[in-house]
Design a protein around this ligand. Sequence first.
Ligand code: SF4
Ligand code: SF4
Length: 176
Amino acid sequence: MAKIRKKIKTVRIKADLCNGCRACEVICSAYHASPRYSSINPARSRIRIIRYPLQDIWVPVFAGEYAFAECMGRDKYVIDGKEYEECAFCRAVCPSRDVFKEPDSGLPLRCDMCEGEDTPLCVQHCLNQVLIMEEREEDVEEQEYPEDLEVGVDSLADKYGMDRLLEVIARKSMKS
Ligand code: SF4
Ligand code: SF4
């Protein structure tokens, strides 16, 4: 497969500096609202803070790829003697939990690094410098990633079945 030179943006997470203020969740949900900044709902954020308030633990996790099925194994992390829930740090949008799903429709939410912005909004609004953007250039294999629309259709077809989905689309298109 042909290789192309690509600018890769990553966010380094200094989790020990996070105080759980959730400003990153607020700004992400506002930025991705339609119209932009018309609403705030952290349940729609593409970054979520794993919270263990009684232990003063806050860990930011970014939404990753959509997974059709839950994975076969589970990981349990014990860090500094503190045990974390299974799947706590997993980025996948998976059928076994509600995190990283649009709350009304159940459609998957994925971090798009605030496409079009030089610096992602969550990075800009984290006052504790927990989220640090880094950029590098890499030779990567040319790959096609599914568009958001395609991922959304796949997840709805998964949930309701393709026949039902087509039936609803046909009914809606008759009305418009
Ligand atoms: S804005 Fe920064 S400090 Fe606040 S919850 Fe998010 S990552 Fe943590
Ligand atoms: S980079 Fe942008 S899309 Fe990703 S979590 Fe941060 S604000 Fe949300």
